[in-house]
Design a binder for this molecule. Structure first.
Ligand code: HEC
Length: 254
């Protein structure tokens, strides 16, 4: 069993590490980062903030894109930019203002497709696109799967912003919406969103919206991917489909 799958043990281990003054602790924590659930991660961040060599290990991991920037909450970034260690503060400042959007290539795709948001589409056709590509994961107007957030009422938001969410799902991403992969002692694998965690269980909502409650004592390993569960390839949809889809979403006012 991985030490860090039980929050008590994980938190205990982290507190023990916190007493240590060894420089290697930062790298040791970062090496196990993908095994941390959000609760454990918050503790880990507070440990890493204690010593600037450890904090640097964390910032390096973000810089090298080993962990997504969004693993640290906005309040962590604010705190890091005020770090008394000038080098930490400067690195944090550079990383905090780095665009969340994944890559230059993605930016090119967005620049080309975002103007579609200003064009009129056909909502009825858009509903069909939604039924084919989106409804497994999103509820809208009372129908659909609960893997992603409900989209009823999304029409209240700016059209360009909605299109951006569809084309670049990794830009604003919450830990719970990443792909979590749990392997049990019996080698059963559950992959999906981490819906909830308690001291003794984790709850995974898989990609067909089925719930699985897994005892922590049954877990052999737990890993989180750096990407959102929401697939990143929707820019491959025909422009006409995107326009219609957007028209359909824009009409959902809740
Ligand atoms: C495999 C599941 C899955 C599919 C298929 C999927 N999504 Fe998502 N979607 C998600 C998840 C999970 C999130 C939350 C993203 C995050 O925060 O990382 C999301 C986020 C979104 C958001 C942002 C919502 C918010 O509250 O900010 C929009 C808009 C959206 N999806 C639209 C779509 C559309 C339109 C389609 C079809 C073209 C689609 N999604 C297909 C899982 C999916």
């Amino acid at each position: 069993m991985s030490l860090l799958t039980t929050p008590d043990l994980a938190t205990g281990l982290l507190s023990a590490l916190m007493q240590s003054r060894q420089d290697a602790v930062g790298d040791q924590i970062m090496a196990r980062w993908t095994e941390f659930t959000p609760n454990v991660r918050r503790t880990a961040i507070s440990v890493l903030m204690r010593r600037s060599t450890w904090t640097k290990a964390m910032l390096d991991a973000v810089d090298q894109k080993e962990i997504p920037k969004a693993d640290l909450a906005p309040e962590h970034w604010t705190q890091l930019q005020r770090n008394p260690d000038r080098q930490v503060a400067r690195t944090a400042e550079r990383l905090a203002t780095m665009t969340a959007s994944s890559s230059e290539e993605r930016k090119g795709v967005l620049d080309k497709l975002l103007p579609l948001a200003n064009e009129q589409g056909d909502a009825a056709r858009g509903k069909e696109v939604f039924a084919t590509s989106c409804v497994v994961c999103h509820v809208i107007n009372g129908e659909g799967g609960k893997v992603g957030p409900e989209l009823t009422g999304i029409g209240a938001r700016d059209r360009t912003e909605i299109l951006q969410e569809i084309l670049d799902p990794n830009r604003s991403l919450e830990a719970n919406y990443r792909l979590w992969i749990v392997t049990t002692n019996e080698d059963a694998v559950f992959a999906g969103r981490l819906e909830a965690e308690t001291q003794t269980t984790v709850k995974i909502l898989d990609l067909v919206a089925q719930k699985h409650i897994i005892q922590r004592s049954d877990i052999k390993s737990l890993q989180v991917s750096p990407q959102s569960i929401m697939p990143a390839g929707f820019d491959a949809l025909p422009a006409e489909d995107l326009k219609n889809l957007l028209e359909y979403l824009a009409q959902s006012k809740g």
